[in-house]
Write a protein that binds this ligand. Sequence first.
Ligand code: NAI
Length: 480
Amino acid sequence: TRNGVEFAVADLSLAAAGRTQIRLAEHEMPGLMATRAEYAASQPLRGARIAGSLHMTVQTAVLIETLVALGAEVRWVSCNIFSTQDEAAAAVVVGPHGTADAPSGTPVFAWKGETLEEYWWCTDQVFQFPGGLGPNMIVDDGGDATLLVHKGVEFETAGRVPEATAADGEEFALVLGTLRASLARDPQRFTRIAAGIRGVTEETTTGVNRLYQLAEAGELLFPAINVNDSVTKSKFDNTYGIRHSLLDGLNRATDVLLAGKLAVVCGYGDVGKGSAEALRGMGARVVVTEIDPICALQASMHGLPVVRLDDVVEQADVVITATGNLGVVSAAQLARLKHNAIVGNVGHFDNEIDMAGLARIPGITKTEIKPQVHEWTFPDGHSIIVLSEGRLLNLGNATGHPSFVMSNSFTNQTIAQIELFTRPDTYQRQVYRLPKHLDEKVAALHLDALGVRLTELTKEQAEYIGVDVAGPYKPEHYRY
Ligand code: NAI
């Protein structure tokens, strides 16, 4: 704590550098800044205590300061051990008007290169608002903050936290440890916190999947808005964001020429489509793996061979996973890759590539080329290059998606926070999406900056196609 602001970041003296980047990002985030202006006077988030768990980047700094500008009290952590930009974290703590000696910004608990133990300690911090209060809102990305509350309530109800089993894995053992310490301090802490939460707004596909599973099991403790499936989120951030930041990560990590190389993209959903297009744009020979016949057919229509990893693994120069699924590349397949093949993941969690299995191969050695770039050498002498230890490489090896696309995502986030916070009685313990007119509004806020001139419907045309002149312009089932 300094000047009354709690924080745990790498270095507050980086704040000035972070602030200049935030200033430039604000210009590239017209939707978020317009939302800030629209609600500055009415302060719809006054009284909101928001616990945020989302990559602590420059773009997220603009989101945090927007939530604060709308009246919210905010605490923030990153949702990945490698994704924090330390200068952005420092700038948020210092705030637009503070100094490193007298910060006056928002509490942030995040630095690049946390251990998993530190990660879960940080996540626990967003639940401790001053005065012994918990949050009443969550912004989540991947669902770790929501998981902590749900597991906390489950164990508090049972009166004990179980011992971790071998099947739980190292990370879940740390979650259990965090909750055991919490339970010892205060046996009803998460039960009280959950009762006070009006809702969560979830950023990504993987987190949304977790929410639907909880809702289907009848275990969801508060309403949720699925921000990911706003059209202006998943069809933009997931696809065009990764189209930019996958290459940024590959280049900063390896600087290897991609042209002519064989690149395998595992998963041809929204993220896989952007990944494949980026690699193809660099002149790589791109092939795709899929389990879904529709996405496989789409890849084929785009001229991309759809293969099985086993059939191409020896020829691959680059393997990128983008499935949100586990065990997509096995340790045995990693061992079959050619010398210095590059392996990386852009799906949310680090279980797509079997890193644990790789580390267990007898005689394997790991050499750090630079942070988040490792050469794994097999007993036969050949090596592979693994990026960000199998975690999101576009955030671990670069700085994630650029501001303009994140403005779309974070405008949805802000609108969703306002919606759940100001109209709590409208929502049950279910997962909701934002209505289409708000989705269209988010897009509309980004047109001027690009010089887009929309054609206006005449009344006659609107009637003919059965819509209102002011929108929404498409039925709910339209797929874009
Ligand atoms: P999606 O559901 O649109 O696409 C995933 C695709 O993978 C699906 O088409 C599915 O059929 C396929 N798939 C599943 N298991 C597979 C397997 N074993 N082999 C081959 N294909 C398989 O999801 P989306 O939106 O593309 O997200 C993918 C992941 O990326 C999620 O974990 C999401 O949270 C994450 N994400 C990462 C971002 C980043 O900045 N790196 C940005 C947005 C999302």
